[in-house]
Design a protein around this ligand. Structure first.
Ligand code: GLN
Length: 477
């Protein structure tokens, strides 16, 4: 059932919000013991809210597009009173005194927050295996030996697994919504940078972070994204909503297939799935053509990892055991104290990113790395703009492979690991809205297709997703 349909029934009183909430909490607890999708399940708070909403429905005072709809939230997004750690030990015990803007907007529409989901520490990864110290890795709902994808792995795993009306609130810096959606057979939508407020997000890289939705279908994601969008006085990079483009009949759309993302580094199964998606577009009368975006493929990864690590290293400086989360006995000088706390409570990938990022922004290296990467990013945005003169949408396999096993993922070197983001990073770097939808299977595992549109063309993108989501829908047992 779609979230909006559930909300209508909850408002009319034809479904019981408390029963539904209790059911999804039970489901979450059971799934968590097997798959580790959650870092915290907010049972008490969710049941309390369900009771309050049900009382409103009884008094005929109920309203809201998500009235009674359960929402799971990536750990990096602050929820008042619920431990929010961004998947890191260093934020142990941090219970925000406020809600992120996106959370407040969902609550204003009657949503129920059911818990925080597993992720790579601070978003550093593509498999949800770089989890913080003391956390558990989420397992793929189709095969527990395989990864969920990352970094919003818990969101996608649970969105796939649940049988209840539900939407997950995720976040992407360089692909963290599309990647897990692809690996778990879910629908993942990342809005234009600036469309959704980042206020209350535990940031990874501020010029790249975007809050978005993971769900079973485009309709639910659209409901969520429309609610959380908009200018926020608390967040200066947010934009008001430019006019939403009008929906069009499929025959009026054109799609460009990115040539560079069908070649080297892409597995045969990912390529075949993308090709058959393109064929199905043609059958629907949608014009398709091959387009070449050489800069994306050549500089995307390098520029992204320099910018992301640089910003992350500054954003993480505030986690030092004094202002948020973990504290230890104050002994020695500041340097000794900070070093001790950070050594003991940050995982190895976080340390690697801090060192890499700090190096890239050191005086003398800034021009060589950071500023060059920023220039490459501008060039990539220009290349996208040119491509969108030729086609409404750009299409590519979301990930080069199906979800790897943990064993396979562990064998990858850091460089091979980063190369997994080849196709997802450019759209994130350029701040372009995009989604990943399921388009086929291989060895029983889902394969995602990624579709990107120009800045602020969310409406067009959702329209396309709904019209072309002949999704060979997959469902985990
Ligand atoms: N895999 C990418 C990284 O590690 C992107 C992760 C993300 O979007 N948070 O940086």
């Amino acid at each position: 059932m779609l979230a909006t349909e559930f909300a209508e029934q909850a408002i009319s009183g034809s479904v019981s919000i408390t029963e539904h909430t209790a059911k999804i909490i039970e489901e979450a607890k059971k799934a968590n013991s097997e798959y580790h999708f959650f870092t915290a399940i907010a049972e008490k708070e969710a049941m309390q809210r369900a009771k309050e909403l049900e009382a409103l429905a009884r008094q005929k005072k109920a309203k809201g597009k998500l009235f009674g709809v359960p929402i799971s939230v990536k750990d990096a997004i602050c929820v008042k009173g619920i431990e929010s750690r961004g998947g890191s030990k260093i934020l142990s015990g941090y219970r925000p005194l406020f809600n992120a803007t996106s959370i407040q907007k969902l609550l204003d529409e009657g949503a129920i927050i059911i818990g925080k989901t597993s992720q790579d520490e601070f978003g550093f990864g593509s498999f949800s295996k770089n989890i913080g110290i003391g956390f558990e890795k989420p397992l793929n709902p189709f095969d527990k030996k395989r990864v969920c994808g990352g970094s919003s792995g818990g969101c996608a795993g649970f969105a796939q697994k649940t049988q209840c009306a539900h939407i997950s609130l995720g976040e992407s810096t360089g692909g963290s919504i599309a990647c897990p959606a692809s690996f778990c057979g879910a629908f993942g939508f990342t809005p234009t940078y600036g469309r959704v407020s980042r206020y209350g997000l535990i940031d990874y890289a501020s010029s790249l972070d975007k809050i978005g939705a993971i769900s079973k279908n485009p309709e639910d994601a659209e409901t969520m994204v429309r609610i959380i969008s908009g200018k926020d006085p608390k967040e200066s990079t947010t934009m008001g909503q430019p006019e939403y483009a009008q929906a069009r009949p499929p025959k009026k759309y054109s799609a460009g297939i990115i040539k560079e993302f069908l070649g080297e580094g892409i597995s045969q199964e990912a390529r075949k799935a993308a090709e058959s998606f393109v064929e199905s577009l043609e059958k629907q009368g949608i014009e398709t053509k091959e387009v070449s975006l050489p800069l994306l493929a050549k500089y995307g990864l390098a520029a992204y990892y320099i910018l992301a690590a640089t910003e992350a290293s500054t954003n993480l400086a505030k986690y030092c055991g004094m202002r948020y989360g973990l504290e230890e006995r104050l002994e020695g000088g500041f340097d000794e104290y900070f070093t001790k706390i950070r050594t003991n409570s940050l995982g190895s990938e976080a340390k690697l990113r801090i060192i890499m990022g700090t190096f890239a922004r050191m005086s003398g290296f800034r021009e060589a790395y950071y500023l060059k990467a920023a220039k490459a990013r501008t060039k990539i945005i220009q290349e996208y703009r040119e491509a969108f003169k030729k086609a409404d949408f750009l299409v590519n396999p979301t990930m080069p492979i199906i979800a790897p096993t943990f064993e396979e993922a562990e064998r990858l070197s850091p460089m091979q690991n980063y190369a997994m983001d080849l196709c997802t990073v450019p759209a994130n770097l350029a701040g372009m809205p995009h989604y990943s939808a399921n388009t086929g299977t291989h060895k029983g595992m889902p394969i995602g297709i990624m579709v990107t549109a120009n800045h602020f063309e969310e409406a067009k993108l959702f329209d396309f997703a709904k019209k072309t989501n002949f999704a060979k829908k997959t469902g985990a047992k």
